[in-house]
Write a protein that binds this ligand. Structure first.
Ligand SMILES: C[S@@+](CC[C@H](N)C(=O)[O-])C[C@H]1O[C@@H](n2cnc3c(N)ncnc32)[C@H](O)[C@@H]1O
Length: 255
């Protein structure tokens, strides 16, 4: 487990304890404006595979909306946090703890109506081979015409403005995906190969870190086509189309 993954991205108690405030669960829902449920209705989704559970924000919400959700998390600290939050809301999570690159060892083909890989998660992987292998793994467990919903940060903005950002001028609306007011994140190292993000809780000064792979403009779309999805629709901060000023891009990909 965790082979070729950056060890610094795992077992960070600090990061996990800040994550709920970093997201702001209510504001994430306001920001997406029913995007997920609308897509699910459009594509007749009932069975969901949330590939990156994190601390449970999306899985818990979707279970409450009546979907049949399987939630995957390989990081024990994130998983325990999600179980704690679910228990507090009297919700039972159906858990798997699989590395995305090995889903085929445990999960049947064509089993799910949708796979979610949200919160900028694919950028934990640093090689194109790993990224495409994982997209193929996701496609494999989708039924025909099922949908992968995946997102990414607007890394091109970060790459293009690295000098200004490293001086402290990181522009981020904070209205989509990661919306917390008390926990902020900004890049502290930027290269074409990796971006190191620092997360700080402004109330306590507590810090956490993640090292992520910065997808360039067009890279994700290209990956999705290489992974043979028959159609890919791009959204920018949940609005159809491409806006270079968006903070996050979402892709709805049909198998
Ligand atoms: C940035 S967190 C996002 C969590 C959540 N979806 C959210 O929106 O807050 C990234 C997640 O991807 C998971 N992850 C990263 N690489 C993985 C891999 N190779 N296999 C399975 N999970 C992985 C991490 O454990 C973590 O839960």
């Amino acid at each position: 487990m965790n082979k070729n993954l950056i060890p610094e991205n795992y077992n960070s108690q600090n990061l996990v304890s800040m994550w709920r405030n970093f997201i702001d669960w209510d504001k994430r829902r306001i920001g997406e404006g029913n995007f997920l449920v609308n897509q699910f209705h459009k594509h007749n989704v009932k069975k969901v595979f949330d590939a990156a559970l994190g601390e449970g924000c999306d899985s818990i919400y979707l279970i409450k909306q009546g979907f049949d959700v399987t939630s995957n998390e390989i990081d024990k600290i994130f998983l325990n946090k999600a179980l704690e939050y679910a228990k507090a809301e009297n919700i039972e999570l159906k858990i798997t703890s699989l590395d995305w690159r090995e889903l085929d060892k445990k999960l049947p083909e064509k089993f799910f109506d949708t796979v979610l890989c949200l919160g900028n998660s694919l950028s934990y992987l640093f090689t194109e081979k790993d990224q495409i292998d994982v997209l193929n793994q996701f496609r494999r467990i989708l039924r025909d015409n099922g949908i992968l919903i995946i997102d990414e940060r607007n890394y091109q903005y970060i790459l293009d403005n690295r000098k200004e950002i490293l001086k402290g001028n990181f522009h981020y609306k904070g209205r989509y995906v990661y919306c917390g007011k008390e926990v902020h994140a900004y890049p502290i190292e930027i290269s074409d190969q990796r971006v190191k993000m620092e997360y700080i809780d402004k109330r306590t000064g507590e810090k956490g870190y993640l090292i992520l792979y910065p997808f360039k403009h067009g890279y994700m779309k290209n990956l999705l086509h290489k992974a043979s999805f028959k159609s890919v629709e791009q959204f920018s901060d949940f609005k159809s189309g491409e806006n270079i000023n968006a903070d996050f891009y979402q892709y709805v990909c049909i198998k």
